[in-house]
Design a binder for this molecule. Sequence first.
Ligand SMILES: [Zn+2]
Length: 75
Amino acid sequence: MGYEKNGDKQITRHHRKNRANRGTDDESNISLVPRKRHEAFHTLWGNMNTNQIAEDLNNVWIDPEFQLVVVRRGA
Ligand SMILES: [Zn+2]
């Protein structure tokens, strides 16, 4: 995914469900991501939950002809 484009090889651990929302340290909840991308994520969305991030993407960032919809896996 072009992670090394900017010489960013420092890998960090991201909690997919953040700890503020009771996310755990379980492997399934951790993504390994380059530091700069990780910082960019939290600059944009801090500790917002999935629904809040989708709302922000829909309201600000993506093509207005589309809408992201959050669906719980396995539901
Ligand atoms: Zn993180």
